[in-house]
Design a protein around this ligand. Sequence first.
Ligand code: SAM
Length: 258
Amino acid sequence: MHRARKRFGQNFLQDNGIIYSIVALINPSSDMHVIEIGPGLGALTRPLLSNLDQLDLLEIDRDLVAYWNQENLKGLKVIEGDALKFDFLEWARNRADKRGLCKVVGNLPYNISSPLLFHLVSAAKEIDEQVFMLQAEVVERMVAKAGSSDFSRLSVMLQARYDMELVLEVPPEAFDPMPKVNSAVVRMIPRRDFDLSDAQWHSLEKVVAAAFSQRRKMLRTNLQAFADRLSLTEVELKARAQDISVARYIEWAKIITA
Ligand code: SAM
């Protein structure tokens, strides 16, 4: 019997109703290409595989990798590795059949969720959809709108790249062992209108980091280094980072790069 390892953020889903809902949200079909990050003991893996021709698993825990290799299920490919280092772009590009939708899914280890979300941005141009379970507080920040106190660097950067929706709330009782926090499922679809070059994306990272560096300070202070290039309005000079829309941050990134 596998004992849950804290260092790998192992909380295994055990509520069949929740499992069914998440699989329905992923909406697997035979021609789809899916990679599941962190299959654990297979709460999502087995029902997903019964609706897919093929499913790739990415798991860091050697014991679980051995478990899945031993199961030797048809259509399953097991990859031992760290999702933070895995090349999702290459994975998506190398799929044999380019017609089916390409999805990255998983009940993610919460201790690495933010760096993992940023890591996945590099593959967004080849991915059709991501469906992830995360700590509810993180999902709330991801989908927060400008003006809300949850609106943060994570909100701007991810909303610049994805359309996102909180689709399901999940209580701690749905897991074994129970996590200390509430969880939520988020659906992320790369934006079709995304048009930033790598240099512009880099500028967006810089200007957003500067704007949010001191949350309570006005942008007059936080964006001082960019003042000569960005002609901030009087209202913007007095505003705080959380009051500026994602669209305006994108405009600034383009101006800074030009
Ligand atoms: N999917 C299973 C479920 O819903 O019951 C397990 C989810 S558990 C929250 C997180 C899973 O991610 C575990 O299987 C854990 O070993 C794996 N994991 C943790 N860190 C990882 C990493 N850096 N790369 C890949 N998998 C990782």
